[in-house]
Design a protein around this ligand. Structure first.
Ligand code: CA
Ligand code: CA
Length: 554
């Protein structure tokens, strides 16, 4: 039966079917005839023009060949896959689109089914390819690769302490195609600047184009702690903690400390100690310090270190009165580090005194060295300040001179040595230090007298064992001696006479040439005290602790 059927078909001069592509040209009737030589006379009985040849399927057709009608089949096949053009789409996270939204100009003769090859993730912000399949009714498929831009919240991560503020809401929006650039953006929960310094996670709310999004701000700490090493000394068996070897520990999170290896706190000697600092996020730093184990850790004591002064271009002395002892009272050598001092440049510089004992314990004291750039204006400013309360316009020259004399005696203490390098400097020193030698006292007096409008001059001892300076002052047309250096005298050294000077010089055999001077260089000094005579009483203000026995020593 089957064979017969086959035989029947094989006996037919007409093909059982002819295939055409849907939408294509309909084959000629001759194409249905098996034998080419016989084909020329074939024609369609069926009105093929009326057939639907756009959709796939078998269409019965009849062929007329040599006067005989044959039934056969026009098989409309669709082997052409659909065509389509990808469309890129932007959407907000959580919104969804159909596969057909990602393709346009879809063409096929048959119905086309459009579906995702793989369901896209509409939740995760970012740009990604979207694979869309176009499938026609015959199962022909075309893969279309499109692209999707999902706008969504963007989590922001900052290193703690590195950002001062985050004020742009767009910083928290992942907008891969920048489609939201023209949309209004705002915070619904903005960034508190305080968060930026404290490691942690913070919720941030933003809106873009009216769409609300919840983002996360992560303030992280990837920075290891910072600290300075502290070298420590201890006695045998006295154990120190890891934190004892560090100072100024800085981190934004909590820091723990441990020894890399437990130090030996027993054996006398010095050794390195390694402290590991770890912050709350596991960032670690190693700090190396030195541990000294000593019999005694009492530091030496440095005494007498005080702030220093010098004049620009002058000399500086550092060691006067500075001493050091160890904890048992034995004297130690004092090291002076004055390297920072520049005597050619006015300023304030550190000077470090240090001492080390036999155990290696050290002590140091830092004082300041002030280098003055002194000029006359500076001194005059000081003098004017003093004169403003010392004298008034109602006083005569003698009264003014008296006030100045008293002020110097009371306020500038006599000491036996001092610089003699210029009146201005000496006076400045006198005002500033409130002490000085005879030259200082003379200089302070001279500048005050001059500023008060009282004529005066410097007078200097000749031929003495030590030098001495004092003032000559002109009052009421006469010159008088004026000496603020405290001699142990029984007479007032304010406006004293040449007679008194001579008499006193004779009396003070211990002070060679006390008031002897080169008379050729000076005006004649009065031999009588000025009128009106000094009032009785001792208001000259001579300091009681006068060191007059050695007065005039330079
Ligand atoms: Ca097709
Ligand atoms: Ca840290």
């Amino acid at each position: 039966m089957l064979a017969a059927a086959c035989g029947l078909w094989s006996d037919s001069p007409v093909r059982p079917f002819v295939v055409m592509e849907a939408g294509g040209a309909v084959p000629r009737a001759s194409e249905f005839v098996k034998n080419r030589e016989d084909a020329a006379g074939a024609s369609f009985i069926t009105d093929v023009e009326a057939l639907d040849t756009r959709a796939a399927g078998d269409r019965p057709v009849s062929i007329l060949l040599d006067g005989t009608a044959y039934d056969t089949i026009l098989r409309v096949a669709d082997t052409t896959p659909p065509a389509g053009v990808p469309v890129e789409r932007t959407l907000f996270a959580g919104q969804t689109l159909e596969a057909s939204d990602f393709v346009t100009d879809v063409y096929d003769l048959s119905e086309v089914r459009i579906y995702f090859k793989k369901q896209p993730d509409f939740w995760w912000p970012g740009a990604r390819d979207v694979l869309v399949v176009l499938q026609d009714e015959s199962g022909n498929r075309t893969d279309i690769t499109s692209r999707m831009y999902v706008i969504g919240p963007k989590d922001v991560r900052v290193e703690a302490g590195t950002v001062k503020e985050l004020t742009d809401p767009r910083a928290f929006v992942d907008d891969p195609s920048a489609a939201g650039a023209d949309m209004p953006a705002a915070f619904t929960r903005g960034v508190d600047p305080a968060w930026l310094g404290v490691p942690g996670e913070y919720g941030v709310g933003v809106t873009l184009g009216g769409v609300s999004m919840a983002a996360k701000l992560s303030v992280v700490d990837t920075t290891p702690p910072r600290a300075d090493a502290v070298d420590r000394a201890t006695t045998p068996g006295a154990v120190l903690e890891p934190f004892d070897f560090v100072t100024d520990v800085y981190d934004l999170s909590e820091v723990t400390a441990r020894f890399a290896e437990p130090p030996d706190f027993h054996a006398i000697g010095e050794r390195g100690v390694s402290v590991i600092l770890v912050d709350a996020f596991g960032n670690a730093a190693e700090i190396r310090a030195v541990l000294a184990v000593r019999e005694s850790i009492e530091p030496p004591v440095i005494k007498g270190a005080a702030d220093l002064t010098a004049f620009m271009g002058g000399k500086a002395t550092y060691r006067g009165g500075v001493s050091a002892k160890d904890s048992e009272g034995a004297p130690l050598e004092v090291e002076v580090d004055s390297e920072a001092v520049n005597l050619r440049e006015p300023g304030v510089y550190p000077v470090i005194y240090s001492a080390v004992d036999r155990h290696g314990n050290t002590a140091s004291v830092t004082v300041s060295m002030t280098v003055f750039d002194v000029d006359a204006e500076a001194v005059i400013e000081i003098i004017d300040g003093i004169l403003s309360y010392l004298i008034d316009g109602g006083m005569d020259q003698r009264e003014k001179a008296r006030e100045i004399f008293n002020w110097v005696c009371l306020n500038v203490k006599y000491v036996s040595s001092g610089e003699k390098d210029g009146v201005t400097k000496a006076a400045y020193n006198g005002f500033r230090n409130r002490q000085g030698d005879c030259y200082t006292l003379y200089a302070v007096s001279e500048m005050m007298l001059t500023r008060a409008g009282i004529e005066n001059m410097c007078i200097e001892r000749t031929g003495g064992r030590v030098r001495h300076y004092w003032n000559l002052v002109k009052i009421g047309g006469e010159w008088y001696h004026f000496d603020t250096t405290p001699f142990q005298v029984s007479f007032d050294t304010f406006l004293f006479t040449e007679a008194e000077a001579e008499e006193y010089t004779l009396a003070r055999k211990d002070v060679q040439n006390c008031y002897v001077y080169n008379k050729a260089l000076y005006p004649e000094v009065a031999r009588e005290r000025p009128e009106p005579p000094e009032e009785a009483g001792d208001d000259a203000g001579q300091p009681e602790e006068s060191e007059g026995a050695e007065a005039g020593a330079a």
